[in-house]
Design a binder for this molecule. Structure first.
Ligand SMILES: [Fe+2]
Length: 154
């Protein structure tokens, strides 16, 4: 039972790391299609920082992610799903769908040993920052980037 839980934890941890690398490529790819290029680039930077932050856990468990180039290609392949969205449509998509990732991260924390929790919180924090950003964008707040900057300077 314990072994099974641990295996699931490790596989999920690795896949979430890879998702962040894909996410970086996804946002950089989207940046080519929107006027809000700098905002999307900042989201890409947040994704990279998140991946880097949980990398020590991969090293701790001897987990090897797929090659960066492979993950980048997968992230870029996702761009076409949203490249023709308007900016408000993209922001609405984030506000609607990203809380689902929060649920995933909370489920991961439940599987995790206690000593990993401080690191895993970064996953949750970056998603909260991205959702706050999109919510502020939707209502035209000038300080929409603040949640992302605050995440990056912590
Ligand atoms: Fe992410």
């Amino acid at each position: 039972m314990i072994v099974k839980t641990t295996k699931n934890y490790l596989e999920t941890l690795l896949s979430y790391y890879e998702d962040e690398i894909m996410g970086e490529a996804y946002f950089y790819g989207l940046a080519d299609h929107f006027d809000e290029r700098e905002k999307l680039s900042l989201l890409a930077i947040v994704e990279r920082r998140t991946a880097e932050s949980i990398l020590p856990l991969l090293e701790k468990y001897g987990l090897t992610p797929r090659a960066e180039l492979e993950l980048k290609a997968l992230g870029e392949a996702d761009v076409e799903r949203h490249e023709s969205f308007t900016w408000p449509e993209l922001m609405s998509h984030m506000v609607k769908c990203y809380p689902g990732y929060l649920d995933d991260f909370i489920a991961l924390e439940k599987m995790a040993p206690e000593e990993d929790l401080a690191t895993l919180t970064i996953l949750t924090d970056h998603e909260v920052a991205a959702i706050k950003f999109a919510e502020k964008e939707l209502i035209g707040k000038a300080d929409s980037l603040t949640p992302l900057h605050e995440f990056l300077v912590r």
